[in-house]
Design a protein around this ligand. Structure first.
Ligand code: PHE
Length: 384
């Protein structure tokens, strides 16, 4: 039957496709498909036979040139061949895919007896952790976090804080100045404290106001306890009828929460800051335990001493004015302290310079887990 049909094909098709050609091409195609070793090879075979310029596609195009009475026969022959090739391709593809999957499964075998791989582990720097602790403590007392630029102008950093040019207090700040565009110098500087955020907050938000402003500050100073860049946190409250009692309660509540102990005793000493009047320096009692300062108890108790931790005072009328507010209507208190120093005291580091060395041994020893988010309920600071 097959031969008859093929001969018939020969006879009717004056197409340049002899039965031999048909036969041998069919065999070659099917064999190449059967032998395709990869999906890429298989695709090449598909294109060679059924692709736009493929042999079989070319043949299919010839159907139109066959006399109408013979067309059904020719058409069915060529289409049967096309179907035959299509299913051979599909079968081979399935086989190759299954083999590829088997190979992958074999290669990806997991040895469950191996120890778990060490996950790369970073840690949260104690300064970041302490700043988060402070934000958490003060948020609970109704303080929002404010920020200001580290590249500050002379007015915000000094003049508006009641330190006009030639004020002697400026000399204490060892300021890094930027050269001026017009050659003069001294207009822009690296802020020497976070106090300019007091002015920026008042101007931006008005009163009443309760903010803390943690951030980097800069002074041209460097030894074991001073680095040219360090961190401060500023606090500012502006409201009606604010007095020193509010300041003392706030600082006491904050220090008790921060050091997580109730026996914190404060000593307020008269002091001087141009931007507060009166000004007080705040000391906490501490004892030396195992070569480490541990905060707690009165500094006058046996084995105890006082240590200065904060500068503060009632906001100077001139500063309230510079903040765009009426000092007869609004009063306030402000405080500032070193974040690095607080961190050293709480977590027992003794050299400030190590904070900024980026030594991974120091970081992994003093760092915190990223999951140890400080909360008042969960505790504001447990080392990893
Ligand atoms: N800005 C002061 C300093 O850097 C600290 C301070 C802030 C004092 C606010 C009083 C009020 O030393």
């Amino acid at each position: 039957m097959e031969d008859v049909e093929l001969r018939k094909l020969d006879e009717i098709l004056d197409l340049g496709v002899t039965s031999e050609q048909y036969h041998s091409t069919r065999r070659k195609i099917l064999q190449a498909i059967e032998e395709a070793g990869t999906l890429v090879d298989l695709e090449r075979e598909r294109i060679a036979s059924l692709g736009k310029a493929g042999v079989v596609s070319q043949w299919l195009k010839l159907i139109g040139t066959v006399p109408p009475e013979n067309r059904p026969f020719v058409s069915s022959r060529f289409n049967r061949l096309k179907d035959e090739i299509t299913s051979a391709l599909a079968a081979r593809r399935a086989m190759l895919e299954a083999a590829a999957l088997d190979a992958r499964l074999a290669a990806e075998t997991i040895d469950l007896s191996l120890p778990a791989p060490e996950a790369p582990k970073g840690s949260v720097h104690p300064i970041s952790q302490v700043m988060d602790e402070l934000a958490e403590i003060f948020a609970d007392m109704g303080f929002a976090v404010a920020t200001g630029p580290e590249i500050e102008d002379d007015w915000h950093n000094f003049t508006a804080l009641n330190m006009p040019e030639s004020h002697p207090a400026r000399a204490m700040h060892d300021t890094f100045y930027f050269p001026d565009r017009n050659g003069g110098g001294r207009e822009m500087l690296l802020r020497t404290h976070t106090s300019p955020v007091q002015i920026r907050s008042m101007l931006a938000q008005g009163a009443p106001l309760r903010v803390i402003a943690p951030g980097r500050v800069y002074r041209s100073d460097s030894d074991a306890t001073h680095t040219p860049m360090f961190h401060q946190i500023e606090g500012l409250v502006i409201d009606k009828g604010i007095h020193l009692g509010h300041l003392k309660w706030t600082l006491e509540t904050f220090l008790k929460a921060f050091f997580e102990r109730d026996d914190i005793v404060l000593r307020l000493r008269p002091s001087y800051f141009p931007f507060t009047e009166p000004s007080v320096e705040v000391d906490v009692g501490y004892a030396n335990e195992g070569g480490r300062r541990v905060v707690g108890g009165s500094g006058d108790a046996p084995g105890h001493a006082w240590m200065e931790v904060l500068g503060s005072g009632m906001v100077n009328r001139r500063v309230i004015e510079a903040g765009g507010l009426d000092p007869d209507a609004w009063q306030g208190f402000a405080f500032g302290t070193g974040v690095d120093r607080l961190a050293m005291l709480k977590y027992g580091m003794d050299d400030l310079r190590a904070f900024f060395d980026g030594d991974v041994r120091w970081l992994s020893h003093y760092g915190f887990s990223a999951l140890d988010v400080p909360t008042l309920s969960g505790g504001v600071g447990m080392p990893v």
